[in-house]
Design a protein around this ligand. Structure first.
Ligand SMILES: Cc1ncc(COP(=O)(O)O)c(C=O)c1O
Length: 424
């Protein structure tokens, strides 16, 4: 069974909008995806049916409390977490990560070592470096190979010592697209007792996440990257979350996840997250049954979501394969990421390019005049751009398809890039 693109695209109101009379082409997905109707319906319903603060003794408040609980359960299924008590909502990945630096910092002593990488979005980099500076920790940085765009795990081994306490790891790069073997990385770090914090923001829209299988301690993603609203969602092992001291108000119960969810949460955002999981379930049950995993013990919703992801990923390999081959055939264009057609499984479809003398902002602006939306610059992944030495050239142009894009849209952007390059 393959994806029924017409049915899928019909779910997304934004996909039928036009740009000066032309269809809009959204290739800005790594910065934020469009949302299906189910997310809009869930969000609106929450704001109409039960727009009340939680934990009150009246009907709308009870419904709001239940809705929030259901959002935690839905994300526990999305991550294949052991319990909804392991799911913490917050404004976004960056805010949750800063919060975690406050929570984890006191566990570490001066001279302890933490590992960051050159493949991070700054959201999984600067917060930990600030924590390290405050607590006198040593930061070691894992580089990636600038030819293969992957980590060499021997280099990770050379950074790990008996003083390694923590590692902040990127699951998938928002510039290179590389998918990292975080399961193996966590295994090696766990062997010395180090905690692991996985940034899954870019992986979440393009792959099934199973926190129990990964063996990490914390993992974080943002729903607005996987067809939902602007909400960050952190997963942490329950024993750890329960034991950690939260920065919370004295009136708040000392229980996870509530103790980490400071202030009034976005109920409409959490409702929208339920909508995103329902959308994925719809794909999983209508066009991806064959992709549903048969792994014993998986809950039904997890099977459906993971099945959807499997079918979406298969299709995205076609998009990325065609996009990369087409870009490589344009004189001067260099793809900054894995390009081997047989290795599409090791990357998400996010494709960044450079070319000698190319000003990335000029190409992005040119594409916009044709209704094609892409990002240029560093996209907050400064560690990546600096390691590649691209900061003085304006970074990269990033073309980021996802499962609702068409092969025709890929061909459109390829033709436009070719025209732009030929006219320079
Ligand atoms: C890999 C990665 N990590 C972290 C973030 C930050 O996420 P948020 O905007 O939810 O703070 C982004 C945002 O683009 C990202 O791509």
């Amino acid at each position: 069974m393959t994806l029924d693109l017409d049915s899928i695209r019909a779910q997304f109101p934004a996909l039928s909008l036009t740009h000066d009379g032309r269809p809009r082409v959204y290739f800005d997905n790594p910065a934020g995806t469009q949302v299906p109707q189910q997310v809009l319906t869930r969000t609106t319903d929450a704001m109409v049916q039960c727009n009340a603060n939680m934990s009150g003794n009246f009907r709308t408040s009870r419904e709001a409390t239940e809705l929030s609980y259901q959002a935690h359960v839905a994300m526990a299924d999305f991550y294949n977490a052991a319990s909804e008590r392991e799911v913490v909502f917050g404004a976004n990945m960056t805010t949750l990560t800063f919060m975690m630096t406050r929570v984890l910092g006191p566990l570490f002593n001066p001279g302890d070592e933490i590992i960051c990488t050159h493949m991070e979005h700054d959201g999984n980099n600067t917060p930990w470096r600030i924590m390290a500076a405050e607590r006198g920790l040593v930061v070691k940085t894992l580089p990636f190979n600038r030819e293969t765009y992957e980590f060499d795990l021997d280099e990770l081994d050379s950074l790990i010592t008996e003083r390694t306490r923590f590692a902040a790891l990127n699951y998938s790069s928002n510039i290179l697209g590389t998918i990292n073997d975080v399961k193996e990385m966590c295994r090696r770090l766990r062997a010395v007792g180090a905690l692991t914090y996985i940034d899954a923001v870019q992986f979440a829209p393009h792959g099934a996440i199973d926190v129990q299988d990964l063996g990490c301690d914390f993992l974080v993603a943002s729903a607005y990257k996987f067809y939902g609203p602007h909400q960050g969602v952190l997963w942490g092992r329950e024993d750890l979350l329960s034991a950690l001291k939260a920065y919370k108000l004295s009136v708040v119960a000392d229980q996870t996840p509530g103790k980490f969810e400071t202030g009034t949460q976005s109920l409409e955002g959490q409702a929208g997250v339920i909508g995103a999981t329902e959308y994925l379930q719809w794909i999983g049950t209508t066009m991806a049954v064959a992709h549903q995993p048969s792994t014993a013990g998986l809950r039904q919703r997890t099977r459906e979501i993971h099945g959807a992801m499997g079918a979406m990923v298969d299709y995205e390999h076609q998009l990325s394969g065609r996009l990369i081959a087409g870009l490589q055939s344009i004189p001067g264009v260099q793809v900054r990421g894995i390009t081997d057609p047989s290795s599409m499984k090791r990357r998400v479809p996010t494709v960044s390019i450079t070319a000698p003398g190319l000003v990335p902002a000029d190409l992005a602006t040119f594409l916009d005049t044709h209704g094609v939306y892409v990002w240029n610059g560093h996209s907050y992944a400064l560690p990546v751009i600096e390691w590649l030495g691209l900061q003085d050239q304006g970074g990269v142009v990033r073309i980021g398809p996802t499962h609702y894009n068409t092969i025709g849209e890929v061909d459109t952007v390829l033709q436009l890039v070719q025209d732009f390059m030929a006219r320079r």
